[in-house]
Design a protein. Structure first.
Length: 325
């Protein structure tokens, strides 16, 4: 098992989408300091909740180009929810890192039981570009190209007709193509026949739970495919390293979640980018030994062989006497 995780980590390092900006100063990566104290504390908690769930695989490695659901709001149709939405947006938008990571609220078009809802989402811009480039013809139907902003993609998908909406979300959330095909087909069959298509589910563990977070539907009796295993191994690699780092950074008296992410993304010069995130096993930094200062060095006295003076006890000699003149 150790070998497979190590190999998977190496593969993630090779194929992880690379961002284009080259990094931003640490203060611009998860800039919670821009928020007032109550919202800053909330943003830090939302970031930790996101990392403990499937959004970890978006923030690190881009296994999931987009993740959502780590913060949710509901309100009745006709209710004035503007203040709640504005506050939630301010909190969520702190989950950015330059242009490499983008976060916002997705307000869903449909209302159920006269109730509207919105979910927070975070997008890995490089992974989104790569995903759109994989199937340009599909995304072009929605007016999207690899250069489209993640917010434009999420809006277009939400407003698309049902089949394209399901497919767009499936691709954006990093599900294997066969799983997306099955879900779209099953939804169409159910609409036409009224019969629910039975299914199994593939569950990948997160820090918060073994099941129910990173999950996709598959036909009954589905056997794991190479694509399933590739996603599973890549996610397992990221999760293993995150758990090591989390133990060092999260808890009473520890640096905290923002320091965790900034240190992970830092290239060593103070510039942060998700592409810098190392998937090597985390090693605790070794503190430098503390040595008590013994004071300035004592002068060294060198006597001529014929001198009767003792080093350190003889009176200072004149320049002539010192040089034997």
């Amino acid at each position: 098992m150790k070998w497979s995780i190590t190999a998977a980590c190496f593969v993630v390092l090779l194929v992880a989408p690379q961002s284009q900006a080259g990094g931003v100063p640490r203060s611009q990566c998860f800039p919670v300091e821009e928020l007032p104290p109550p919202l800053r504390a909330r943003a830090e908690q939302v970031l930790l909740d996101a990392l403990d769930r499937e959004a970890l695989f978006t923030l690190v490695g881009g296994v999931k180009p987009v993740s959502e659901g780590f913060l949710a709001l509901k309100w009745k149709v006709g209710e004035d929810a503007a203040e709640r939405l504005d506050e939630a947006r301010r909190v969520v938008k702190a989950l950015r890192c330059g242009d490499a990571l983008y976060a916002d609220l997705q307000v869903f078009e449909a209302a159920f039981d006269k109730t509207k809802s919105a979910h927070a989402y975070v997008a890995n811009a490089a992974a989104v570009r790569a995903k759109v480039a994989e199937d340009k013809s599909f995304w072009l139907r929605l007016g999207l190209t690899p250069s489209s902003h993640p917010a434009a993609l999420m809006t277009a998908v939400e407003r698309a007709e049902a089949s394209d909406r399901f497919r767009g979300y499936g691709y954006a959330f990093g599900y294997p193509r066969h799983a997306v095909d099955f879900y779209v087909s099953a939804a169409k069959s159910e609409k036409e026949t009224g019969v629910f298509v039975k299914r199994d589910f593939v569950n990948l563990p997160t820090h918060a739970a073994e099941r129910g977070h990173f999950v996709w539907a598959v036909p009954k009796g589905h056997g794991e495919t190479d694509e399933d295993r590739a996603v599973r191994d890549a996610a397992a690699c990221v999760l293993a390293v995150y758990r090591q780092r989390r133990a060092h950074y999260i808890g009473e008296g520890k640096p905290g979640v923002v320091a965790l992410m900034r240190d992970w993304f830092d290239d060593g010069t103070g510039l942060c980018d998700p592409a810098n995130a190392s998937l090597a096993p985390f090693v605790l930094p070794v503190p430098l030994p503390v040595v008590a200062w013994a004071g300035p060095p004592q002068p060294t006295c060198v006597s001529r062989p014929t001198s009767a003076s003792a080093c350190g006890t003889a009176p200072l000699l004149s320049r002539r006497h010192r040089w034997g003149r």
